[in-house]
Design a protein around this ligand. Structure first.
Ligand code: HEM
Length: 402
């Protein structure tokens, strides 16, 4: 039985996790992984987990056995260097409700739709650059800078050293992987402390340079004392900044790649612009830019004939759920931009923690991928490199010729 356990470290997993995820779904859909956390792989189970209001998202409520990362931190004696992130992603009501309310005004579909002209402008500039060079790396030219620049502008960040921040942020999100090496952990802790220090400096700078932006609005809430503490302010800013670009880059990069591998789908979209919204939903399902989310049990919970104990860290296998044939039918593993129920994917999670940036991510992908598809009918893939992440899986390099 041992070989049936979830093993994302298998060399074939990075190139294509779906054969292994499919095997887990069929044979061990509810399991405690060898690394410690529990994991669910079926659509119905993941959906139920995400929406179960008796569960927590607070990792501090999980016991040590199922918290692989914390066990490693303790073993390495790094406790003093780590401060738990108290962003809205990691806290329960009433803190979650308060924090989410403070930020959500900036992310309503109406506010986001107003960004469309600016997003189109940034996309056009990026595509002009690719065209001038007859091709190049789509991740470097478009998929990374677009979400990075948009969230930086929304927050009102100063023009900063992008490369450095990109590296820190990449190291930090690696800790979201279900399995973590000692090296990854050390690098992530250092990067996280650097990012925190940088954010603190930016907040200080913004205090004396207020503007009509999200960071100023959050600082005003913090100055109102009982609504946001200084530490909470830093953590929300980091979350928005990191979640704002580390995920959408995967949707745009891998989305374009998958389309280039499916030329007849690409052709259909190119000839019918009204397909755009549904095409992005289907790419979200197919790509799953975030492959796992998580919850912590606060009592025993039963899935089928398996009981998950209290205080367990449980992963919802979003990527696996998004290809579950029991939910999607026999075409689950095919890309079909006209799929009628594509928007039922759980790529943005579900329930109280449903992705706050979903409208923004969809807008960016619609404009970026839609414009690419229409503008470059002869695009072809030259070379790719996966980013080596199990959770925020995507391409580091997508070199194309036009
Ligand atoms: C394709 C792009 C994206 C994907 C796939 C994605 C996915 C997710 C997922 C899976 C969650 C956790 C949901 C849960 O556990 O139920 C989440 C939460 C969140 N996301 Fe996104 N995200 C994306 C883009 C963005 C963007 C652009 C932003 C903001 C600028 C953003 C901000 C957030 C925030 C603030 C949360 C925490 C919400 C809460 O805890 O209440 N995300 N996202």
């Amino acid at each position: 039985m041992a070989e049936l356990f979830f093993n994302p470290l298998d060399p074939s997993y990075m190139a294509d996790p779906h054969p292994h995820l499919g095997e887990m779904r069929d044979k061990m859909a509810v399991q405690q992984t060898l690394a410690g956390p529990w994991a669910l792989f079926r659509y119905d189970d993941c959906f139920r987990l995400l929406r179960d209001t008796t569960l927590s998202v607070d990792v501090l409520k999980a016991d040590e056995r199922s918290r692989d990362r914390d066990r490693l931190i303790a073993e390495l004696g790094l406790q003093d260097e780590v401060r738990e992130d108290r962003s809205m992603l990691n806290v329960d009501p009433p803190d979650h409700t308060r924090l989410r309310r403070l930020v959500s005004k900036a992310f309503t579909p109406r506010v986001i739709e107003a960004l469309r002209p600016r997003v189109q402008e940034l996309v056009d500039e990026a595509l002009d650059g690719l065209q001038t060079n007859g091709g190049g790396d789509v991740v470097d030219a478009l998929a990374f800078p677009l979400p990075f620049d948009v969230i930086s502008e929304m927050l009102g960040m100063p023009d900063a050293d992008k490369v450095l921040i990109r590296d820190w942020s990449a190291a930090v999100v690696k800790t979201l992987d279900p399995v973590l090496s000692e090296d990854d952990l050390r690098t992530a802790i250092e990067a996280s402390n650097n990012l925190r220090k940088h954010t603190k400096e930016v907040i200080e700078w913004k205090r004396s340079n207020p503007a009509d932006d999200l960071l100023t609005a959050l600082i005003n809430a913090e100055e109102d004392g009982d609504r946001l503490t200084t530490e909470e302010l830093g953590d929300q800013v980091n979350l928005l900044f990191v979640a704002g670009h580390e995920t959408t880059v995967n949707l745009i990069g891998t989305g374009i790649y998958e389309l280039l591998l499916n030329p007849e789908q690409l052709e259909a979209w190119r000839n019918d612009e009204s397909m755009t919204a549904n095409a992005v939903e289907e790419l979200l399902r197919f790509v799953s830019p975030v492959q796992f989310s998580r919850r912590v049990t606060t009592t025993e919970v039963v899935y089928g004939d398996i009981t998950i104990p209290n205080a367990s860290f449980v992963l919802a296998g979003l990527a696996s759920a998004n290809r579950d044939p029991d939910f999607w039918g026999p075409t689950a593993s095919e890309l079909d931009l006209t799929r009628a129920n594509a928007s039922q994917h759980i790529s943005f999670g579900s329930g109280a923690h449903y992705c706050l940036g979903a409208s923004l991510a969809k807008l960016e992908a619609q404009v970026a991928i839609g414009s690419f598809v229409r503008r470059f009918p002869d695009a072809a893939v030259n070379r790719i490199e996966w980013n080596g992440r199990i959770n925020l899986r995507g391409l580091d390099v997508l070199e194309v010729s036009l």
